[in-house]
Design a protein around this ligand. Sequence first.
Ligand SMILES: [Fe+2]
Length: 332
Amino acid sequence: MLSYTLSKDGPFQILQITDLHLTHDWHYDVRTLAMVKDLTEFAKPDLIVITGDVFTDGDRFTPDVMEYACRAFDELGVPWAFVMGNHEGDYRYGQGAREKKGEYIRAHGKNALFDPGPDDIFGVGNYTVGITDKAGKLLWVLYMIDSNNRAYYTVNGQVKTCEDHIHFDQIEWYRQTSSRIQQTHGKVPAMAFFHIPLPEYTDAWLFEPCLGDRGEHVTAATVNSGFFAAALGQGDIKGMFVGHDHTNSFAANVFGITLHCCRCTSYEPKIGDTPRGGRVITLMPDGTFESYTVLHVREDLQKEGEPKAYRQQETVSAPYYDRFHFYLPEKK
Ligand SMILES: [Fe+2]
């Protein structure tokens, strides 16, 4: 029923990192992988979850980058779970890059948790990680989901490339897995990790108080396929964790599910001087959790004896609109 199980008594610490965008430009990659090491030393995680876009190669499968990425993650000495981002290759129109990357990680990642998932559903890497106490009681379930790559829609006669969504068969897989777990173990709290934000993240950005940085508009799945509604229906998922938007790091509660973004964990130059980092998540045995953004101190600013990473003092910003009394801005 569960793809993997990890055991620990007491709080279970997760470090989420995302959007590393290893580039073949060794100068940036070295700094990015040094940041991953510093964040790991800061968070002392029991599990690292990488929410996609480790690579920038798109549809190409590049064993050399895979090799140094897997080696760098393994050297952290902590289990690491991986979900695909849109930059891991195009599932439908590429040349099997996602499947090959998944196979490589399974074959060579010594501490890697990655399962391609059922063959008959969409995506590569739909799987579960169970967290138990030492006595074997299931305390948490982590759903790892492939939020896929591109979708193509015709708009005014022109084909537009859009963000894909979590497909119906993946949602059905989640519903069935969740129901089976609940039949066996009762209602076990769960978390979901994937790359591309759901449309509900855009709603959260507009309509909810947000803790942390709203650095940019949310680039969400273009079509709402109903994963959030399925999670509400199952009643087990307490939080969702995504990447994709490099300067968003906010968290917002939407109808009882907290939607979290993660600061990008890359020194790729595209976002200038914006601080980089990750997210720390602590799962308590009683089903509660805490989460915050961790920021990295850039290598050239690090002072001897001072920490290389620190917890960001996040503030709450007010919603832009009232969800239930929403009027279009007046035309000027
Ligand atoms: Fe992305």
